[in-house]
Ligand binder design. Structure first.
Ligand SMILES: [Zn+2]
Length: 425
């Protein structure tokens, strides 16, 4: 409790500087409200972090969902739990909506789950030092969920949510989406299509970097065949080179011809070859047998659909240039689409940047899309303007000792509140 009082004090002082002149009277009131509610905001964060909600812990995900649902209910949102078919083995999603006609229609994205499953060692909410807290999902992304809720509460308490059109969507399986995603993300995509701007509250890299683009991810599988035979005849006209040399040629050509392209990566994750391969991807082979079979599976990450398609056709070309007496075939699987950098996304960034400058928090720039993985916002990025990384700052997402900067927490709330306020006028 002592620490939250300290934070409130720091913030009361920090808005009294000269930049406060750039904020309207209403905006200053929003900030005062946020500061006075900080202890409750932190208590909410602590409460949800202390409930394990690993993606497969459906009970825990629903429990966190129920707590946030009550918060949205209290803010006058219409809330709903979206269940998924049992075959997907996921908890479902929380949706909260307000219908109105004023300003932009916003789609606000959070997630309830974390990567920490129930069987893993539990790390409760606690202070590492006076500026850093730790706990499961504190950074990715319960901190971001609470940033949004605290911002909305300050707007509500100032009567500023009236007649706004907001859809908050907290998925229950962001860290491991239920398959197929055509089912687990169907409702998410449908609702997003009715909105104009999506704001994602995934973990932030400080206060000055957000995401206007995220790379997409996809998969590929390479099947290579050769003629089985005595090792002493390899390289001959009738025996050829075997599947292992052919697979090595293909992978090496992928690397030499495609690895320098910016934002494109493709990683062979598993290779199996020999004289026999079974369904469990186990192989048997002998030094004196020319290998007849190799399979390789890998991922492919890209910034735009064009980049993905170009890479795929280049890979197909390489695969087709078979060594003597070998055959190879590559297949591709779509995964998460990319969030492409668009002029519309840049406009949302410009609006956020102005808020940040007016608050005296400094310039906000787009981060390197190569440094972020794919996320829920990517499923909808082609339908509306998007900005992600508006959540709490921290480090070590997906690691057991992930942290959040508790001193920056109020600033994130203030920034988000003013952004939503301005976009909905
Ligand atoms: Zn996340």
């Amino acid at each position: 409790m002592k620490k939250t009082i300290l934070i409130t004090l720091i913030f009361s002082l920090s808005i009294s500087g000269s930049f406060a002149q750039k904020l309207s009277v209403i905006e200053l009131e929003i900030i005062n409200k946020i500061n006075s509610q900080l202890p409750q905001s932190e208590a909410l964060l602590k409460k949800v972090v202390n409930i394990n909600s690993g993606t497969l812990n459906k009970e825990g995900v629903r429990e966190v969902g129920a707590i946030f649902r009550k918060e949205f209910d209290d803010l006058g949102f219409q809330t709903q739990w979206i269940s998924l078919p049992d075959s997907l083995n996921r908890a479902g999603h929380l949706v909260a909506e307000r219908k109105g006609k004023q300003g932009k229609k916003l789609f606000l994205i959070g997630h309830l789950d974390t990567v920490f499953e129930k069987a893993m060692a539990f790390a409760p909410y606690s202070y590492v030092n006076d500026s850093t807290v730790t706990g499961q999902g504190v950074n990715d992304m319960k901190g971001g969920d609470v940033v949004l809720l605290a911002a909305l509460k300050a707007l509500k308490d100032n009567g500023l949510l009236e007649n706004t059109n907001l859809t908050a969507y907290f998925t229950g399986d962001e860290e491991s989406a239920g398959k197929p995603t055509s089912i687990s993300r169907k409702d998410f995509i449908e609702r997003a299509k009715t909105c104009e701007i999506a704001l994602g509250f995934e973990t932030a890299i400080g206060l000055n970097t957000v995401a206007t683009a995220r790379r997409g991810s996809s998969g590929w599988k390479l099947n290579v065949k050769g003629i089985m035979g005595h090792s002493s005849t390899i390289f001959s006209q009738q025996a050829g080179y075997g599947a292992i040399y052919e697979a090595a040629r293909i992978l090496n050509d992928f690397r030499t011809q495609l690895s320098q392209e910016k934002y494109l990566t493709f990683n062979p994750g598993l290779i199996v070859g020999g004289s026999e391969i079974n369904d469990n991807k186990e192989a048997i082979g002998k030094d004196n047998i020319i290998s007849p079979r190799v399979t390789v599976t890998g991922d492919l990450r890209f910034l735009t659909e064009t980049q993905k398609e170009n890479a795929r056709s280049k890979m197909k070309e390489i695969v087709a240039q078979n060594l003597n007496k070998t055959k190879a075939e590559i297949t591709f699987q779509d995964g998460i689409p990319s969030m492409e950098p668009t002029p519309e996304n840049e406009k949302v960034l410009a609006a956020l940047n102005q808020v940040s400058l007016d608050l005296g928090f400094g310039e906000v720039k787009a981060g390197d899309p190569g440094s972020r993985g794919a996320g829920d916002i990517s499923y909808i990025a082609k339908y509306l303007a998007c900005l992600d990384g508006l959540g709490a700052s921290g480090r070590g997402a997906h690691a057991p000792n992930e942290t959040m900067q508790i001193k920056e927490f109020p600033k994130h709330i203030q920034r988000v509140a003013l952004l939503i306020y301005r976009l909905t006028r």
